[in-house]
Design a protein around this ligand. Structure first.
Ligand SMILES: NC(=O)c1ccc[n+]([C@@H]2O[C@H](COP(=O)([O-])OP(=O)(O)OC[C@H]3O[C@@H](n4cnc5c(N)ncnc54)[C@H](O)[C@@H]3O)[C@@H](O)[C@H]2O)c1
Length: 266
């Protein structure tokens, strides 16, 4: 039980990666404070954790709202935490830069980047008082690898990667670690919504899978395994870094679609 006796806050816990992370941390003994906009989804996750013998609390929260985030961390503090924060609530937006409106830009950045900042800012003094903690943010391969139509996602995930380093160097002396996860395409409701919106969803899924060296998308459980490592003491000397769980997507151009031709040349 790698999280026994720990309180963990997971944002975006009602669906996809967040749900898998909350369930995995709870299975490892953490009391998980699950935060999300989606009240119905939250109720399902906490009921599932409880049914499996774990402990979880549901807090309805918009991570871009300072009062909501303050209330979330008051709840975590009242429980004696948080020892770990997984700040991973995120939205989806795909459009060219030219067609990305200022309103859409502000909304996306406020959920992804401002939400991460607000949660980390609220967690730090509480973790300091506990003698340390682990902050895990959610970046993505878009921090290092662009595709047409994902400019705001690239900007947000790059900002989260940089913010992670900044947090790590500021709070390292307080024994608080900060790392981020950078997934490739993961089969979550978000990616299903994206594929279903394409003219040929089956082809979109197949092409997305082919971008990875492993020729498939990842699963939320594979993201959760990394989140558990980063939240737990097993990663006690890891801080300030991005950890990729991307099936090799960012390892190379189209992750190995090029067919090698044997050639020797002096
Ligand atoms: N699925 C992927 O391929 C992939 C790849 C890279 C990064 N990510 C990141 O992983 C994270 C989770 O994505 P997912 O694929 O599980 O998506 P998802 O849509 O399945 O889940 C996202 C959750 O975040 C919640 N949420 C959205 N806005 C919120 C807000 N303002 N306040 C609180 N909760 C909010 C949603 O209600 C939802 O429950 C996101 O940060 C996403 O960018 C996902």
């Amino acid at each position: 039980m790698r999280m026994q006796g720990k309180i963990a806050v997971v944002t975006g816990a009602a669906s996809g990666n967040g749900r898998a992370i909350a369930e995995r941390l709870a299975a490892e003994g953490a009391r998980v404070v699950c935060a999300d906009l989606n009240e119905t989804g939250l109720a399902g996750v906490t009921a599932g954790i409880t049914a499996a013998g774990g402990t979880a609390d549901a807090v309805t929260c918009d991570v871009s709202s300072p009062p909501d985030v303050a209330a979330l961390f008051e709840r975590a503090a009242a429980l004696g935490g948080p020892h770990a924060l997984v700040a991973q609530a995120g939205a989806m937006y795909e459009n060219t830069l030219e067609d990305t409106t200022p309103e859409a830009w502000d909304w996306f950045m406020s959920v992804d980047v401002k939400g991460t900042y607000l949660c980390a800012r609220a967690a730090i003094p509480l973790m300091r008082a506990l003698g340390g903690g682990s902050i895990v943010a959610m970046s993505g391969t878009y921090a290092v690898h662009a595709e047409p139509g994902v400019a705001v996602q690239c900007a947000a995930k790059g900002a989260i990667m940089s913010l992670t380093r900044a947090i790590a160097v500021e709070v390292g002396p307080d024994n608080i670690r900060a790392n981020c996860i950078a997934p490739g395409y993961i089969e979550t409701p978000m990616v299903r919504r994206w594929a279903d919106a394409q003219p040929d969803p089956a082809r979109a899924r197949a092409e997305a899978a082919r971008m990875h060296a492993l020729r498939r998308m990842g699963t939320p459980a594979e993201v959760a395994a990394l989140a558990l490592f980063l939240c737990s003491d097993e990663s006690s000397f890891c801080t300030g870094h991005a950890f990729f769980v991307d099936g090799g997507l960012s390892a190379g151009e189209n992750a190995g679609q090029h067919q090698p031709t044997p050639i020797t040349s002096a």
